[in-house]
Design a protein around this ligand. Structure first.
Ligand code: FAD
Ligand code: HEM
Length: 396
């Protein structure tokens, strides 16, 4: 809990800190990577840095956390902390690194605020930083403790590579040593570590697809402007060995509180179909009697990854239904974007969303308008979560 001494100081300086974050973060990262270039080799994503999404996510989340603990002194924003801890754990982050981020972040704050960074202000924000860091360290420790092994990543061999759609490869890996594998929950992801053109080790996250025991299976969509997917799609061939993390991620069925047995609605677009396939496969495995509706949006059927697999899985659910929306062909059940009012989504539905951010924002607001409470709408973002910083999504 924030001390009585720091609370008013944090409250008074929150607007200025929040406003200065875009100026503070480039200096923080520049200084940190100058001193610790090794953090870019196997930990941070170079593209996220260049693009600026991750810097904003990390520093911005501290302001979000501060605002939360000022307004709700007896609790923490658990959903935000959980997402970050899972991401950190997938990257193998160790507690020893928290003083590094503290040092360079607060160095940048002092530089930016100049005289306004009084001893009192720095002390109050230091308290905020360590409250958040300690909460994350505790969560990460708990996540590491339940793994079947004590390594952060292990070697896996690519054993099968097939085409899943235009520009999407379906890849299956098997362990290349005897490290025990942690079973994954449906909806979880792994970080995979591959070398960039210049040899730098770069992690990226991929949702796990249903597979045989003893395998990890993912679908990778080419991002032509990206750094790693062109390498994964062009260069990674059967027999190659790469390193893969244990499974992490809290967007699992019932992962955040009890979902109950009510109607389940899964909305995906593009490669966002991957968690939905994992969910439906798990429901089939459980023999679920739940009413499950999967709504997928694609340009056309050829660009819809793993369409047949999804359709077969949905058909195996006694109360399963697949609805397609196609934006550039007449193949789907509906032409154009998802229009929730035409779907009769019941107000007691639980919904999961995955796809590009504009798609998720659109579907989410349509669902809220249709009477589905915001707390029952969960989502997975295939990149740093900037939504929590700019949207009141979690407060409705
Ligand atoms: P990156 O190199 O990360 O680039 C991404 C974007 O950054 C580019 O499009 C470009 O706009 C910008 N960029 C890159 N380089 C620069 C530069 N030099 N300057 C400025 N901007 C630049 N993907 C899947 O295909 N399947 C999945 O199942 C999947 N699951 C995911 C699950 C989670 C939890 C998360 C977080 C992500 C998931 N992703 C998935 C996304 C995946 O992790 C990668 O982000 C994605 O594949 C792009 O990787 P990349 O290395 O090709 O692109
Ligand atoms: C990702 C917050 C400490 C390394 C993130 C994200 C947030 C965040 C919000 C984005 C998560 C997402 O939505 O995907 C924090 C906070 C910290 C902290 C509040 C301290 C209190 C650290 C430390 C390190 C670190 C100490 C390592 C030195 C990373 C990396 C990512 C990440 C590598 C993934 C982003 C990428 O791929 O570039 N963190 N973090 N973080 N964090 Fe942290």
């Amino acid at each position: 809990m924030l001390s009585e001494k720091s609370r008013p100081v944090v409250e008074a300086t929150l607007p200025v800190i929040a406003e200065r974050i875009p100026h503070i973060t480039p200096v923080f990262y520049r200084d940190m990577f100058a001193a610790r270039p090794d953090l870019m080799d196997g930990m941070f994503s170079r593209s996220s840095q260049l693009e600026g999404t991750q810097p904003r996510a990390l520093a911005g989340s501290i302001a979000v956390f501060a605002q939360w603990i000022v307004q709700h002194p007896d609790s923490y924003p658990e959903e935000v902390l959980s997402r970050v801890a899972h991401k950190h754990a997938s990257l193998g982050l160790r507690p020893e690194e928290y003083p590094t981020v503290y040092r360079y972040l607060f160095g940048a704050i002092a530089k930016d605020l100049g005289e306004a960074a009084t001893e009192e202000v720095v002390a109050a924000w230091t308290e905020v930083y360590w409250l958040m860091a300690d909460a994350l360290i505790a969560l990460e420790k708990g996540l590491y403790a339940v793994q079947a092994n004590d390594v952060m990543r292990a070697p896996f061999r690519l054993v099968r590579r097939v085409r899943a759609a235009d520009d999407v490869a379906d890849l299956t890996f098997e362990p290349a040593d005897d490290t025990p594998m942690t079973p994954a929950q449906a909806g979880q992801y792994v970080s995979i570590f591959c070398r960039a053109e210049d040899g730098l080790l770069q992690p990226r996250q991929f949702t796990l697809l249903p597979s045989e025991p003893g395998q990890r299976r993912i679908a990778v969509k080419l991002d032509p402007a990206g750094e790693m997917t062109p390498i994964i799609l062009d260069k990674l061939t059967e027999g190659d060995v790469i390193e893969i993390s244990n499974p992490y991620g809290d967007v699992t069925l019932g992962g955040f509180g009890d979902d109950g047995d009510g109607p389940l609605w899964l909305f995906s677009a593009g490669i966002g179909v991957t968690p939905m396939i994992a969910f439906v496969s798990e429901l089939v495995r459980q023999g679920s009697q739940r009413e499950v509706t999967v709504v997928h949006t694609a340009r056309d059927f050829a660009s819809w990854p793993l369409r047949e697999e999804l359709a077969e899985l949905v058909a195996r659910l006694p109360h399963g239904r697949l609805i397609s929306c196609t934006t550039a062909s007449a193949e789907g059940d509906h032409a154009g974007r998802v229009r929730v009012p035409e779907l009769d989504v019941p107000a007691d539905a639980v919904a999961y969303l995955c796809g590009p951010l504009p798609f998720m924002k659109d579907v989410r607001s349509q669902l809220v308008d249709a009477g589905v409470p915001g707390q029952r709408i969960r989502y997975e973002i295939f990149g740093p979560d900037q939504w929590m910083l700019h949207d009141q999504a979690r407060e409705e």
